[in-house]
Design a protein around this ligand. Structure first.
Ligand code: SF4
Length: 243
């Protein structure tokens, strides 16, 4: 499996609290996979895809050498690492983890049945190769126009419909404006997404910005029956990458 590599050479596997979404506050082991099929201008993990020699642009402007930021681990090696933590909740994040479904399925087959599994995804790929009877929670973060991706790249109708029909999928949206809210409503209507499985979050990489924006987002949630999520990790640790 291609994992993100930390500056110290280790794979990006860390134990913390889930910071957003329906499991906010739950202790969880995060495994960050490398590579992504989208190129969001404001991506906070550009080291998973923004390689030297490509024309992709981000607001941070940094480019990365693949060999500096990717490490190969077998599913067995990842499973060995996971057993070092006092926790049975695994969050697979990225990049876009569903690019590596085969390897992910091998890893999941090693986890005891009492482990909770969450997969963070941009919602462009259907997880056909992952077990359907494992209760995997999909945290689907569709990318809206402000991500810099074209609509055809970022919004794949068959895939969105699959996640909408799957009852353990939750759709998370960072919303900053009325236009963002309208995009969410339009997606909800087109794909019949249950309001209870839509989560709105304020935009911000500092605690003070989040606090300022939360009341408006809370109002939108109350009006439309959506869930509200804060971004707990930003309040506690700021915008830092795991060490
Ligand atoms: S989909 Fe996620 S990982 Fe990929 S570029 Fe966008 S924000 Fe970054």
């Amino acid at each position: 499996m291609k994992l993100a590599k930390l500056p110290n050479g280790d794979p990006e596997i860390f134990y913390t609290l889930q910071g957003e979404g329906v499991s906010t506050g739950a202790p969880a082991i995060f495994v960050r996979l490398s590579t992504c099929n989208l190129h969001c201008t404001w991506c906070d993990t550009p080291y998973t895809w923004n390689w030297e020699g490509t024309s992709w642009k981000t607001t941070r402007g940094e480019k990365f050498k693949k060999e500096d930021v990717i490490i190969e681990y077998s599913p067995d090696q990842v499973w060995e690492k996971l057993q070092n933590y006092p926790c049975q909740r695994l969050v697979i994040t990225g990049g876009e983890p569903l690019i590596q479904q085969q390897e992910l399925a091998q890893l999941i087959s090693k986890l005891p049945l009492d482990w909770a599994i969450e997969v963070e995804t941009n919602g462009t790929l259907i997880p056909h190769e992952l077990p359907g009877d494992r209760g995997i929670q999909y945290n689907v973060s569709l990318k809206l126009v402000h991500s810099g991706n074209s609509e055809t790249q970022a919004l794949k109708p068959k895939s969105i419909q699959w996640f909408s029909d799957n009852e353990t999928s939750y759709f998370k949206f960072v919303v900053a404006s009325d236009a963002d809210l309208e995009s969410v409503q339009s997606l909800q209507k087109t794909y019949g997404i249950l309001a209870d499985r839509i989560i709105l979050m304020p935009e911000g990489t500092s605690s003070s910005t989040l606090r300022t924006k939360l009341p408006d987002v809370a109002e939108w949630c109350i009006q439309h029956g959506y869930r509200l999520s804060d971004r707990l990790h930003v309040h506690i640790w700021g915008d830092e990458r795991a060490k």
